[in-house]
Design a protein around this ligand. Structure first.
Ligand SMILES: [Zn+2]
Length: 185
């Protein structure tokens, strides 16, 4: 780079501080599998999920562990799923720990290539960002762009409240699943 004031050149260095993206992109960038039963990159193998019988979706539960230890929501039963939640959230993995997981993974780039079927690890790829010398030293490497999440949640809430055809999440399957879980009868 050229310093116009001092009239001399200098070496400029740039650093990738973190990425900001939606959740599917997080999967691509981090190498973590964001689909299936262990979709939460914090809880990993301990991700709490229910497979819905009627709606046939995987739903992820027990998020109240991320609240403060004595948050009143943790004690509420009826407003949630009929149970209290007192467990503590796991601490997010450090870059160094993730690198230990993915260090020896055989990374296949590109969409069309077949994924390694023998790979049962929830970490699917070694993120190319680990080529950066400082990447494994970063505590926060990826951020979820709240606008994406807000938009999707908002669409679902509005669609359900206004009972918009094709948008509402309230249907026969939903009611049957809720009845099965004993939440609303
Ligand atoms: Zn989680």
């Amino acid at each position: 780079m050229f310093d116009g004031f001092r009239k001399e050149t200098f070496e400029m260095r740039a650093m990738l501080f973190c990425t900001i993206n939606d959740f599917p992109a997080y999967g691509n960038l981090s190498g973590y599998s964001v689909k299936g039963h262990h979709a939460c990159p914090i809880c990993e193998e301990n991700t709490s999920y229910i497979q819905l019988k009627h709606g046939r979706k995987t739903v992820y539960t027990r998020h109240r562990c991320f609240l403060k230890p004595h948050h009143p929501y943790r004690r509420l039963k009826k407003a949630f799923n009929g149970s209290q939640e007192h467990e503590n959230a796991l601490i997010p993995l450090t870059g160094g720990k993730v690198f230990q997981w993915v260090e020896h993974l055989n990374t296949v780039f590109g969409k069309t290539q077949k994924k390694d079927k023998n790979n049962t690890c929830i970490w699917k790829n070694r993120s190319i960002f680990f080529d950066l010398p400082y990447w494994s030293g970063l505590d926060v490497r990826h951020c979820i762009d709240i606008m994406h999440v807000e938009k999707n949640v908002c669409d679902s809430v509005i669609g359900t409240l206004l009972n918009i055809q094709g948008k509402t999440k309230d249907g026969l399957n939903t009611c049957q699943d809720l009845a099965d879980m004993g939440i609303r009868l």
